[in-house]
Design a protein around this ligand. Structure first.
Ligand code: PXP
Length: 247
């Protein structure tokens, strides 16, 4: 098991700020290049159906401009599959998407949509894209992700983070235990394990310490923290906490 854990930096909320004023700045590509310079191992961007933050032109610019791998987050729709197959990013992370949600609220129901997702994922994998399913720690969802041919799962850490910030430490620790078991189970099935959602300086350590987790994807907190410390220092500090957790 490799000791190092990759950090993917999600730059969606640079685009959120840009779009709030209909301006051309701040530029998500500039943020991605700064993140790359600060040691990010990958850039994550979510092209939502409603284009509320990242837009099609941002994906063009990121594909052309960054050297580290792009993790293209997307819903399992025909439109997004066409875009992914046009760009062939390093990875696609398939996420559930509801128009009315503020952010990705839960994991995918892979087990309940097995046949469609098997057909959906196949052309992406054939094109050489690493396909990741964003799911909770339920063993049935982990097994289903392996069954449909995805190479990677990304475990949703949002509930764990919410429990931590609510001060419900008993429930938080139970959720951590379930995430730990899920990561070990997925690894035993040959899936590469990633994790993300809601992670902060306060919550990253126990997740980063899980040896099977090869990559964390973090966005909102890093972009928020950049207001106070700058993006580079925020990424450097997160990286330091991840490395310390790995021992
Ligand atoms: N991973 C996935 C699959 C996500 O949907 C998101 C949010 O876009 C993240 C990671 C990053 O979450 P956050 O912005 O809360 O750090």
């Amino acid at each position: 098991m490799p000791k190092t854990q990759r950090l993917g930096v999600n730059i969606d909320h640079v685009a959120t700020i840009r779009n709030a004023r209909g301006s051309s700045y701040p530029d998500p590509l500039r943020a991605a290049l700064m993140a790359q310079e600060a040691g990010a191992d990958g850039i994550t961007a979510h092209l939502r159906e409603d284009r509320r933050h990242i837009r099609d032109g941002d994906i063009d610019a990121l594909m052309a401009g960054i050297k580290v791998p792009l993790n293209f987050e997307m819903a399992a729709t025909p439109e997004m599959q066409t875009i992914a197959l046009r760009h062939i990013p390093h990875a696609c992370c398939i996420v559930p998407e509801k128009r009315e949600e503020v952010t990705t609220e839960g994991g995918l129901d892979v087990a309940g949509d097995l046949a469609r997702l098997t057909d959906y994922v196949a052309p992406l994998v054939e094109a050489g894209i690493r396909v990741s399913m964003f799911i909770g720690h339920d063993p049935a969802q982990i097994e289903a992700s392996a069954k449909i041919g995805a190479q990677v799962i990304e475990l949703h850490t949002g509930h764990y983070c919410d429990l931590h910030h609510a001060g419900d430490f008993g429930a938080r620790d139970a959720e951590l235990e379930a995430l730990r078991a899920g990561a070990a189970y997925a690894d035993s099935l040959g899936l590469e394990v990633h994790a993300g959602h809601g992670l902060t300086y306060d919550t990253v350590t126990p997740i980063a310490a899980m040896k099977q987790i090869r990559e964390l994807n973090i966005g909102h907190f890093l972009i928020a923290e950049a207001i106070f410390s700058g993006l580079g220092p925020a990424i450097t500090h997160m990286r330091k906490l991840m490395d310390a957790a790995r021992g």
